[in-house]
Design a protein around this ligand. Sequence first.
Ligand SMILES: [Zn+2]
Length: 109
Amino acid sequence: MYCPKCHVEYVPSFTRCAECNVELVEVLPTAKPARRHSTDGLVTVFSTHDPGLAAVAESLLQSADVRFSVRGMLLPYPGAFPVDLQVLAGDADEARRILADLAAPESQP
Ligand SMILES: [Zn+2]
């Protein structure tokens, strides 16, 4: 048993840390990737060859106040390569939900 706060190991008969007065855990939580708001961890949530569609997706994200970055717009041949909209990993679920309607028609055969 371990104290999740001070990480001291206790024998199994203990259930609380005497120092911290918190419940002991069997396994110390490993460093889970918490919801981070840094520049790394960008996730591509939308990809299209259609610059117009990309613009619509951008405005949708903008109106939903989701921060995003665009990759591919500055390529010399617009439309030749997909435009990727990337958001922070923590915002990916929300962004995908916002863009779900937009992405659906293109995924249809
Ligand atoms: Zn403790």
